[in-house]
Design a protein around this ligand. Sequence first.
Ligand code: GLY
Length: 613
Amino acid sequence: MRRLVAVFVMSVLTAALLASPSVASAIPGRALSGTGKEPVAVGTGGAVASMDLDASKAGITVLKHGGNAIDAAVATASTLGVTNPFVAGPGGGGFMVIYLAKSHQVVTIDGRETCPSACTPSMFIDPKTGQPLGYDYASDQPLATGVPSMVATWAKALRLYGRKSLAADLRPAIKVADRGFRVNADFRQLTESGLAELRAYPASRALLLTPAGNPLPVGYLLRNPDLARTYRLLGRHGPSYLYDGPLGRAIVHADDHPAVTPGNTLVTLPGIMTMSDLRAYTARVQAPTRVRYRGLDIYSMAPPSSSGSTVGEALNILSGWNLSAEPRATALFHYLEASRLAYADRDAYVGDPRYVAVPLHGLLSPAFAATRRCLVHQKALVSPVPPGDPFPPYQGCQSQPSPQAPTISAEGRHTNNIVTVDKWGNIVAYTNTINFFGGSGMTVPGYGFLLNNEMTDFDFAPPAPGVYDPNLPAGRKQPRSSMGPVIAFRDGTPVFSVGAAGGSTIITTILQIILNHVDFGMSLPAAVAAPRVSQTNSPTSLAEPAFYNSALRRQLTREFGEQFTEATGPILPLDHYPGDATALQILGHGRFEAIAEPVRLGGGSALVVNPSP
Ligand code: GLY
């Protein structure tokens, strides 16, 4: 599913970015011709940015009819489930960071999927060989499906903070599902890349392929009456229709007794989900993470997301250098090393906090960051670097390997981020996914949506026998995630929000956008558009072509010994593609700037209620 998309996406990106000598300044604000999508919109009354025009329009419709940012986020996310079924929809889960203007509070909703109660630490070990299953193979199995948590998240967010009902907020999505939408080149490419999985399930084939089992042609009007009906039923009966009702039973049956195409050889490991797993699911409100960076308060998601702790730790490390005064190569060297070290700690310590003791306080402590910063000198560290010791008294410069060996995590990288703001000043940043493009590839028969394969975000095995690993599967445990958008405040006033897709590169994308904007003085649209480079405690950093082919990259290699891999070409699957971002700038006096990707993944859609340049 991934290689073709990688080639397609990166060739679009490369062509667009390399066409301009000044990448960061040339891209913002330019719509991709013929898509109707605008990557930047400025105005009043509220704003929405997402990867899709119909989805952003759904959010704006709800805002125009008295809904708030929370309603708009649900409308946008549910519509993405129609138009971008490979990355969104009721079969998945996600994390919401919410700013409530009236109470001046940041809250988050953990809407991450859980592993069925029968999950065990060895569930992804091949009993025949005793070795971990192949990642791609496991990703195609119903066994990799966790309890879908998206609908519980929407319902919880609306019950606590929304102004409208679930039924009202699902209306725009129902309309798009009934009316249909035109298949575009991106959709076709995504379908092509997941053809084997989609062909394996008759229900996916019937919904997303031609009768001959080929991708739908560009321009085809794709209707999804099954999903329209599902949304109507959820609106009428509420989330219990899924968590304790007919939809839940259909999900459990589809997962545990998958209906596969005759002759299928791809799908061999059925799921282990039960109705009691669904009944036990709750989306939880929890406190955000917070760090100070250059006078800003940066809020994000706490575990089981690793975004808040890893972005936070890296920013704490970077606080010790004055990046804006450094030559750009030095500043980027510091960025890469801070990220490398923060990832080592993430992999060693972050998991589901209901199952493992996550030293969150230490990971977010400036004193702990100082013990990591002092490891950075003139040359790139050699990955995998060992984790530090995030427990007080945070002394010295931790250059000794800890008893825990690092793990290099493999994670699905296909996700989407939505940002919404309303006229009252409430903000929602919502990263959600069904995991890989197409999740497990399995459509719930009669209900029109794909199920996630999120359980592959667990580590399949500890890094070495007997070594502590916070992210091994267990019954009802949540796999560690990288999803977690941020909302940044200055002097108590929200100033911007950013979130991204891209699995573990979500964290580096967010970090880089913050640095581009805050330290390097780029406008937020330019910061989003700029070429990216991602260091996740791997021997080489993954660089988009425009960065890989730059003089800056060559300087980083020459002067600092940084090694890079170009994020394109036939040897790299899409898993290695840094994902698309969306962002929001609060301009003051009720004005907002909504920001989406100008080019990556075909560009996103930014809209405001009342445009005013
Ligand atoms: N499945 C991607 C993530 O949770 O980060």
